[in-house]
Structures are given as structure tokens and as C-alpha cells.
Design a protein around this ligand. Structure first.
Ligand SMILES: Cc1cc2nc3c(=O)[nH]c(=O)nc-3n(C[C@H](O)[C@H](O)[C@H](O)COP(=O)(O)OP(=O)(O)OC[C@H]3O[C@@H](n4cnc5c(N)ncnc54)[C@H](O)[C@@H]3O)c2cc1C
Length: 393
């Protein structure tokens, strides 16, 4: 047996023995996701145990070095683990901006001290992070950000405002872009980490069209941040910010691949019924779902190819923008089809029958996929310039 096959067999056996049965049930609502953090309330003992067992093995961040709380496995083994978890229906033990975004940036740019301080806490789900990038006048043009950090001895004093900060009201720490030089644009930005409990940090939730409030305005009023919380060089935050964004875009692009227990076709069949040959009764819906299923399969194959290239250290870094664009579009089509399959019933906003409007709320939420992490227009600009080689504006 090859090393990979041995790893696959051992992984399968370990997951079968250690993943609690409740954690193999598909989630019926995004509120069932485990985000960890100082104040996280586990919804069940099974959820707590599943996080603890995976974290002890380092499998919340499988490819991070063991010294930083990871599993120390190769990228190939990580892909095997992901497949085996999907095959058994295991839930993701920890949803985490720390793992998906900050971790890769710290591994590349953080000091040894910063890695040892933050990465193990992220991998164990002890500290929940939020992202302080966007500001009222700095979204697509992120480098226009104006939140100021002034050096005062061994501290920075931070003043300003962020916006659209996902889960800022629930997060323990923030990774934040700040202006440390007003004379330069990109070259005047620094990358800071600080505790959201620091005096002077406050948040105000913003309500979304889906009725939920997953993000906030975040205000900084003379916030004192130790200088040792600067990642990289003073005024050297821009390359770190961009590197982190490429991981964010891959993460968001991942919404295009299905991890659901049932396909859109199966769910639609349950909602509208099938003919004697098992085909969907509604012809137009059948054709749209068939096109979607083909595109979804093609996207999954493309993601596999991109990951395989990344494991070999190959591939174009701008591919993350293409993945983000297409994954977002696919997810929007998925929820459009699920809403259409359910007819008027799927539009029910409240009530047990619809699980408090789970479909319609998720359909509305999916619209934000083409804005968060960089809008679709910006992603297409990147693809045009950096993949297709077209001249810039
Ligand atoms: C669900 C969600 C979660 C988010 N979470 C976070 C978070 O946790 N932290 C954070 O910092 N931010 C977060 N954001 C903010 C997000 O990154 C910004 O909304 C995004 O970068 C766009 O910025 P903007 O909203 O200021 O739009 P703008 O930049 O003002 O863009 C407005 C419109 O103009 C278009 N446009 C702008 N420039 C160009 C151009 N050069 N070429 C073509 N079209 C252009 C855009 O595509 C868009 O359609 C989140 C957003 C959403 C929707």
C-alpha cells in the first residue's frame, strides 16, 4: 500500500470511530456551524467533542505545522482527509476566518513569536477573528483606507472606522489594515492584530436583506495596540493584505462546490415530483437544473485541478479571483433553483414548515457572494488583466 493509501485507510477508520453520529447529520441551518471563540455556545455536547477531537489531532488546520497546532500533513493528505470527511458526511469541525484567512498570512509573514501566540489558539477554536479591511470610502479601492495608526513609543494609537466587518460583534480579535503613512497609498498601509476587548473598540450591527445581522460597523477611538502586534514591516502591510485576500477568495469560491447531502436535482424532485421515468415534472426547471449540474461538476473538476497545481507550487495566483467569481455565480444559481423548486412555499419567511424561511433567506444571502471578498466586476478585471493578459484601463 502507498503512503497515501495507508493514510486514507487510517483516516477513514479514525473518522468512523471519532466523529459523533450527530456530527454526520447534514446541517439544516448555518446557525449550526461551530465558530469557536471565547464566548461560543456549543449547540450540543457532540459539537464540542467533535471540535476537541479534531483539534487534538491538528485536523482543524491539517496542513499547518504541528508546532503551531496543525496536523503537519501534506497537501495531498489534506485533500484525502477532506474527501473522507465528505464521504462519511462529517461536518466541518470549525468555521474560522483565522484558519481560512489569517493563518496562511501569519505562516508566510508573521514573526515566530506571533505564530506561536496566535496559530495554536486559532487551530483549537479558542479565539475567533474578524477582518477589518473595508471602510465607508474604501471597498473595491481598498488602498484608499483612512483608519490611522500613529506610533507612540511601543504602541500604536488607532482611530477610524471599518464597515461590513463580518461577525465583529462575536469576534475576539481583529486583523486590521491601518494607514501609517498618509503620503503614500499602498505603501502607507500596515497590518495590525488586536483584541476586540481593547478599550476604544466598539461595534454596531448592520441588518441584511435576509433579516440576519452577520456584520457590523466597527469603530476605533484611541485604541492602544502594542507595537509587537504589527505583522511584517511598518508600511509593509499591502502585500500581506493581498496574500490574505487570495485565500479569502478561494474560500468564498468554495461555496460553488456542493457539500450538501442531496443534489439540487434530488431536492427539486422532492418538491415538484417526478414522472414514471423519475424525471422532474417541470420541463423548464429540469433543463435549468441539468445545466447547473453540469456546470457544478465542471467547477468541482476545475477546483481539483487548481489544488493539484497549488500542491506542486504551480498555477497563476490570480486564479483565486476566477474561482471566486465562478463559485459565487454557481452558488447564486443553486439557491435560485432551490427557491424556484419550492414555488410559493419556498418564499415563506417564518414558521416551522420552512425552518423559518431557510431557503428564501439563504437565497437572499447568496447575493452577497458576488460582493464579499471583492466584487464580481473586480474579479473579472483581475481575470482580464492577469490571466487573459488584456490591457488594463
Ligand atoms: C456578505 C459580506 C460580508 C463582508 N465581510 C467583510 C468583512 O468581514 N470585512 C471587510 O473588511 N469587508 C467585508 N465585506 C465588504 C466587501 O469586501 C466590500 O463590500 C467589497 O469589497 C465592495 O466594496 P464596496 O461595498 O465599498 O463597493 P464599491 O467598491 O463602492 O463598489 C460599488 C460597485 O462599483 C463597482 N466597481 C467599483 N470599482 C470598479 C472598477 N474598478 N471596475 C468595475 N466596477 C467597479 C463594484 O463592482 C460594485 O458593483 C463584506 C461584504 C459582504 C457583502
Amino acid at each position: 500500500m502507498s503512503n497515501t493509501e495507508t493514510f486514507r485507510a487510517e483516516t477513514r477508520a479514525w473518522l468512523a470511530a471519532n466523529c459523533p453520529p450527530e456530527m454526520r447529520e447534514p446541517m439544516t441551518s448555518e446557525s449550526q456551524a461551530c465558530w469557536g471563540g471565547r464566548n461560543f455556545q456549543f449547540e450540543s455536547e457532540a459539537q464540542r467533542v467533535w471540535l476537541q477531537r479534531m483539534a487534538e489531532r491538528g485536523w482543524t488546520a491539517p496542513s499547518w505545522p504541528r508546532a503551531y497546532g496543525g496536523g503537519g500533513v501534506s497537501k495531498e493528505e489534506e485533500a484525502v482527509l477532506t474527501r473522507e470527511m465528505r464521504a462519511l458526511g462529517c461536518r466541518i469541525p470549525l468555521y474560522s476566518f483565522g484558519i481560512w484567512m489569517l493563518g496562511p498570512a501569519l505562516l508566510k509573514y508573521g514573526s515566530e513569536e506571533q505564530k506561536l501566540e496566535h496559530l495554536p489558539q486559532i487551530a483549537r477554536g479558542e479565539i475567533r477573528w474578524c477582518q477589518g479591511y473595508s471602510e465607508p470610502n474604501a471597498g473595491s479601492d481598498l488602498a484608499s483606507l483612512a483608519t490611522r495608526a500613529e506610533v507612540h513609543g511601543d504602541h500604536f494609537i488607532v482611530n477610524g472606522q471599518k464597515i461590513w466587518t463580518s461577525y465583529a460583534d462575536l469576534a475576539d480579535w481583529i486583523f486590521c489594515l491601518v494607514r501609517t503613512d498618509t503620503a503614500a497609498k499602498q505603501a502607507g498601509i500596515s497590518f495590525l492584530l488586536f483584541d476586540m476587548a481593547t478599550p476604544g473598540v466598539s461595534t454596531r450591527p448592520i441588518q441584511l436583506i435576509s433579516g440576519k445581522s452577520p456584520f457590523c460597523e466597527t469603530f476605533f477611538d484611541n485604541v492602544r495596540v502594542p507595537r509587537r502586534n504589527l505583522v511584517g514591516e511598518l508600511n509593509g502591510g499591502w502585500p500581506i493584505a493581498k496574500y490574505l485576500l487570495s485565500h479569502e477568495r478561494e474560500m468564498i469560491g468554495g461555496v460553488g462546490s456542493s457539500v450538501a447531502a442531496k443534489t439540487v436535482g434530488q431536492l427539486a424532485a422532492e418538491a415538484v415530483g417526478v414522472d414514471a421515468q423519475g424525471r422532474l415534472l417541470e420541463l423548464d426547471l429540469r433543463a435549468r437544473i441539468a445545466r447547473f449540474a453540469i456546470d457544478e461538476a465542471a467547477f468541482a473538476a476545475w477546483m481539483e485541478m487548481v489544488w493539484a497545481q497549488a500542491r506542486q507550487g504551480e498555477g497563476n495566483p490570480a486564479t483565486a479571483s476566477a474561482l471566486k467569481y465562478y463559485g459565487a455565480e454557481l452558488n447564486k444559481r443553486r439557491w435560485e433553483l432551490l427557491a424556484a423548486s419550492g414555488g410559493a412555499d419556498a418564499l415563506e419567511w417564518e414558521g416551522r414548515r420552512s425552518n423559518d424561511g431557510e431557503i428564501v433567506r439563504t437565497w437572499l444571502r447568496s447575493k452577497g457572494n458576488s460582493i464579499e471578498g471583492g466584487t464580481s466586476e473586480i474579479m473579472l478585471n483581475v481575470v482580464a488583466k492577469r490571466i487573459l493578459g488584456l490591457p488594463g484601463a
